[in-house]
Design a binder for this molecule. Sequence first.
Ligand SMILES: NC(=O)c1ccc[n+]([C@@H]2O[C@H](COP(=O)([O-])OP(=O)(O)OC[C@H]3O[C@@H](n4cnc5c(N)ncnc54)[C@H](OP(=O)(O)O)[C@@H]3O)[C@@H](O)[C@H]2O)c1
Length: 289
Amino acid sequence: MAEIIDGKALAAKFKWELAGQIQELSGRFNSRPGLATVLVGGNPGSIVYIRNKITACREAGIEAFDHHLPATTAEAELFSLIDSLGKNPKVHGILVQLPLPDHLSASKILDILPQAKDIDGFTKANWGKLFHAKTPAELTDCFIPCTPLGVLKMLESAGINPEGKLACVVGRSNIVGKPMAHLLMLHNATVTLCHSKTPNIADVIRQADIVIAAIGKPRFVKESMVKEGACVIDVGVNRLADGKLAGDCDFEGVKNKAACISPVPGGVGPMNIAMLLANTFKAWQKMEA
Ligand SMILES: NC(=O)c1ccc[n+]([C@@H]2O[C@H](COP(=O)([O-])OP(=O)(O)OC[C@H]3O[C@@H](n4cnc5c(N)ncnc54)[C@H](OP(=O)(O)O)[C@@H]3O)[C@@H](O)[C@H]2O)c1
């Protein structure tokens, strides 16, 4: 039976350690880290995500500046807010919650976000630094996107060193799959990146020592697709017809075969928020030190 990687407990540990470091440094810097959240419209999922992020910030000693704009907000108005947050010395990180309403372009917003405050790690300037790095040590100058960073910490907590392992990342999104594959490669794993056009995907996944599932298809990865003793991290969050949440892996089946597995909920989700705090802390240190 697999060891369960408890993302909720790990995230809580990270948060309290960070709170201690923030308390220690805030006297020296004579400031506190600040995170500005920008939510446009009333997407119910986004409202919950933002609420959880703000609560976690406050628990860690990070000042949260909450901006909730109506769904009809014009592009120029949003640009002007981002511009003023970019200039505000109390704001060290800016998070624009995606998805945005259809009339607003996420890509255009990311183009004007200052890289020094891009704690989500989504801007092209940040990507240039992220993908240019040849070793993990070269990542100090950029922000590692929160979800893949959280996954790396979960692997570490389970005692899994990617070096020399075969890793399979399922899903090639900019937010998760693509940076995840790159980061595993930087940690010397041999990586396969699968997507919806990958033929014989079950055979590809079955070869992997490390499986990262991020496709948004409930219980897609079955017990039969996983190698005995693999480590499986489930990034997926899917709302089922009965209102319950399910990951991209069939947890009940896969846990019989894997050496370790993360649950949904209580796995990658809380770690994602913890890494957002960690990136805000990093931005604050860089600006204030
Ligand atoms: N826990 C967290 O904090 C967290 C954070 C981010 C995302 N998520 C969750 O993670 C999941 C993925 O999110 P995302 O933003 O990366 O999704 P996304 O942008 O929709 O990308 C999904 C990826 O999965 C691939 N895919 C879809 N169906 C597939 C199939 N049947 N076989 C193989 N590949 C398939 C797609 O392939 P193509 O490129 O070929 O279309 C695409 O690359 C979602 O459930 C999301 O809610 C969770």
